[in-house]
Design a protein around this ligand. Structure first.
Ligand code: SF4
Length: 223
C-alpha cells in the first residue's frame, strides 16, 4: 500500500479536512447522541453516569432511575447512599450520586429548576465539566458552544493529525479552530460512531475505513 501523502499547504490541509467531513457525512448522515433522554435534565444525568461507563449500560439504568425519580426535586432530596445503590452498575457510583444530587439542588436553588443554555452557567453545576456541558447544549438544545471530546474524539483527532494535543480542552480548542461552527455538534456524534465501528482503540479496521486515503497514522492495522 502506497504511503498517504501529508498535506503541505494550508489549501491542501483545508481540502483534506473537507474530504474527511464529507466522508463522515456519507457514512453517518444521521448520527445523534446515543444516550437515551427525553429532556435536558435526563441528558445531564445520563451524561454524568456515562463517565467511565458505556452508553449501553447507562441506557439500561436510566429508564428505571427516571421512573423512581421523575422530577429534579426527587433527585435533590434523595439520600446519596440510596442513589448510589440505584446507579451502582455504572461505576464510580458515590461520586456520580453526589454530582447528580448537587446538580439537582443547584438547579433548584440558582436556576429556577431550568437547565441553563449557556456554557459558563452549566459549568457551575456539580459534575458538569466542558464535555458534559457540550453534550447537553448540543444534543438537548442544538447550541454549538464547543465540541464534545471523549475518548473516541481524542484518539481519532490524533490519528487524523487534527491535533497534537492530549489534553481534552486543548484538543477541543484545536478542533474549534479548524472546524466550521456549523459542524461542531455533528462532528462529535459522527466521530464517536466511527470510533465504535471502525477506528477502534485496538486494531482499527483500516482496511474498511473510508478515511484511509486521508490518514497517515502510524497506528493503521490491515488484517
Ligand atoms: S485508516 Fe485506520 S487509523 Fe486511520 S482513521 Fe481509518 S481506521 Fe483510523
Amino acid at each position: 500500500m502506497s504511503p498517504v501523502k501529508r498535506p503541505r499547504t494550508a489549501a491542501e490541509r483545508h481540502a483534506r479536512l473537507e474530504q474527511i467531513l464529507s466522508l463522515l457525512d456519507q457514512r453517518y448522515p444521521n448520527a445523534t447522541c446515543a444516550l437515551h433522554h427525553r429532556n435536558a435534565w435526563e441528558l445531564l444525568v445520563a451524561t454524568i453516569l456515562s463517565a467511565q461507563c458505556t452508553d449501553e449500560r447507562v441506557n439500561k439504568v436510566t429508564p428505571g432511575l427516571f421512573r423512581k425519580y421523575p422530577t429534579i426535586e426527587d433527585f435533590a432530596s434523595v439520600k446519596q447512599a440510596e442513589l448510589a445503590r440505584d446507579i451502582h452498575s455504572t461505576g464510580f457510583f458515590n461520586n456520580k450520586a453526589k454530582s447528580i444530587i448537587g446538580a439537582a439542588q443547584t438547579l433548584l436553588r440558582d436556576f429556577g429548576g431550568e437547565i441553563p443554555r449557556d456554557m459558563d452557567q452549566l459549568l457551575k453545576l456539580p459534575g458538569a465539566a466542558r464535555k458534559t456541558a457540550n453534550v447537553v447544549l448540543g444534543a438537548a438544545f442544538g447550541i454549538p458552544s464547543g465540541i464534545v471530546v471523549d475518548t473516541h474524539v481524542a484518539r481519532i483527532a490524533a490519528r487524523l493529525d487534527l491535533t497534537k494535543q492530549t489534553n481534552p480542552v486543548k484538543i477541543e480548542n484545536d478542533l474549534m479552530k479548524i472546524l466550521p461552527r456549523s459542524r461542531w455538534i455533528a462532528f462529535s456524534h459522527q466521530v464517536i460512531h466511527f470510533g465504535r465501528e471502525i477506528c477502534t482503540a485496538r486494531k482499527p479496521k483500516c482496511g474498511q475505513c473510508p478515511l484511509e486515503p486521508h490518514c497517515y497514522s502510524r497506528d493503521k492495522v490491515f488484517v
